[in-house]
Design a protein around this ligand. Structure first.
Ligand code: KIV
Length: 263
C-alpha cells in the first residue's frame, strides 16, 4: 500500500516526479483508482458525467458531500480533494462555513476553488483558518455561462501575464497546489516556473508538475464529447455495452443462469 500524501509531501514534489491526480465520484472507482493516484479529486465534473447535466453549475454542496463520503469510504488511504461547487464560495464567510461543513461531514483533506487573483482573498481566509486549498486557474468551467463557452487561455502575452499574476496571488494566499486547466502549453510552462507550489495540468501540456484527468473521460465511459486533451486509456463504454448485450442475449435465450450459477 502506498503511503498517503500530506500537504508537505505534495509540495515537495515540485519539479520532481509528476503528480497523478484522477477524479472519482464513488467508492467503487475510488478503490480502483487509489493505487495509481497521488490525489483523488471529487470534481464537480460529476454533474456532467455522473448526473448527465450540460455543465457543472447545478451541482450542490450536499451532492458533492454525498459523493465525497463515498470516495473517502472507497479510498481510505488517499489524499482526497473536494471541489467547491459553483455558488458555495461567493463570500469568504460562505466559503469558510461551507468548507467547515465539508471537513466535518467527509474525510476530504483539502478543497479546490476555481478562480485567480479575484478569489485570492477567499483562499487566504480559508488557509488562515486551517483549510488546505488547491487553486484552479485558466479555463474555469464554472464560468462557462458568463464566458459564453469554453475557451483555451494563454494565447496572448497579456493573458499569459494575467495568468501568472493569478498563480502568484493564489500561492501567496496559501494554496499548496494549483490546477491549470485549458491553457496553451507554453503559458502553462511559464506559470509553473513562476510559482513554488506544484501545478497540476489538464489540457495544459507536459511542463506542469502533474496531470489530472476525469476518470470517465480517460477510461472512455463518457461518450457525449471528447475534448482534444483527453487520452482514452480504455474503451470503457464499448466494453460495457458488449457485456450488457451478452447478458441480454443469454437471458433472452435462457442460457443464463446455467448449472454453475444456481443453488
Ligand atoms: O471537476 C473536475 O473534474 C475538475 C478537473 C477538470 C480539474 O475540476
Amino acid at each position: 500500500m502506498n503511503k498517503k500524501h500530506t500537504i508537505n509531501s505534495i509540495k515537495n514534489q515540485k519539479g520532481k516526479e509528476p503528480l497523478v491526480m484522477i477524479t472519482a465520484y464513488d467508492a467503487l472507482f475510488a478503490k480502483l483508482i487509489e493505487p495509481y493516484a497521488d490525489m483523488i479529486l471529487v470534481g464537480d465534473s460529476l454533474n456532467m458525467s455522473f448526473l448527465g447535466e450540460v455543465d457543472t453549475l447545478s451541482v450542490t454542496l450536499e451532492q458533492m458531500i454525498y459523493h465525497t463520503k463515498a470516495v473517502c469510504n472507497g479510498a481510505k488511504n488517499s489524499f482526497v480533494v473536494f471541489d467547491m461547487p459553483f455558488g458555495s464560495f461567493i463570500t469568504k464567510e460562505d466559503a469558510l462555513k461551507n468548507s467547515i461543513k465539508v471537513f466535518q461531514q467527509t474525510y476530504a483533506d483539502a478543497i479546490k476553488i476555481e478562480g485567480g487573483k479575484d478569489r485570492a482573498y477567499i483562499v487566504e481566509h480559508l488557509t488562515k483558518n486551517g483549510i488546505a486549498v488547491v487553486g484552479h486557474i485558466g479555463l474555469l468551467p464554472q464560468n462557462v455561462r458568463s464566458d459564453g463557452g469554453y475557451r483555451v487561455k494563454g494565447k496572448e502575452p497579456k493573458e499569459i501575464e494575467s495568468l501568472i499574476e493569478d498563480a502568484k496571488a493564489i500561492e501567496e494566499a496559501g494554496a499548496f497546489c494549483l490546477v491549470i486547466e485549458g491553457v496553451k502549453s507554453e503559458a502553462a510552462k511559464e506559470i509553473t516556473k513562476s510559482v513554488n507550489i506544484p501545478t497540476i495540468g489538464i489540457g495544459a501540456g507536459i511542463d506542469t508538475d502533474g496531470q489530472v484527468l476525469v476518470w470517465s473521460d480517460m477510461l472512455g465511459f463518457f461518450e457525449d464529447f471528447k475534448p482534444k486533451f483527453v487520452k482514452r486509456y480504455l474503451d470503457g463504454a464499448k466494453l460495457v455495452k458488449e457485456a450488457l448485450k451478452k447478458f441480454q442475449q443469454e437471458v433472452k435465450s435462457k442460457k443464463f443462469p446455467d448449472e454453475k450459477y444456481i443453488y
